[in-house]
Ligand binder design. Sequence first.
Ligand code: SF4
Length: 192
Amino acid sequence: MMSWSELEKACLDCTKCALYETRTNVVFGVGNKNAEVLLVGEGPGEQEDLKGEPFVGRAGQLLDDMLKIINLDRKRNIYIANIVKCRPPKNRDPLNTEQDACIDYLRGQFRLLKPKIVVCLGRIAAMRLIGENFKITQEHGKWFEKDGVQFMALYHPAALLRDPRRRPETFVDLKELERVIRETAPGTYLIP
Ligand code: SF4
């Protein structure tokens, strides 16, 4: 099994799909490498591509604010990654072929992290990690267990910026996430 640094190096050098041609930076992931909670988005946007870090634009700020409500912080007690590590041009959805090419990096991160809880940020990540027929409007905030790991999806923060009416539902989902973290991944709240 690759170490974190071997995996990151392989990813930073990757040319396995055409997205490498247009990227500025590979966006490998950020956070605590011992976290019990993994958050997964679909792929980097413009700001993320420029900075090399996931969720750093306006949507990223909203995500940080949401997580703060339940005492989660990318600098402390979670890890954040994406399905594809390079930005799809014009922020289109990553193609299935691109996701297939890239998914082994996320699998590697998953193996190293061994999270107890995985939170999918948005429909694309949920369709990839929970089930291809996942319906975000109906199934956000619900739990799905796979091999002893609890999966849940939240609305993508960019969707919440577009449609603030969904924020109250997301608040309920966050409180549910906090409840299950306290039950299943209590170490999350013990990290100083
Ligand atoms: S998106 Fe993934 S598979 Fe494609 S070039 Fe970037 S790191 Fe490699």
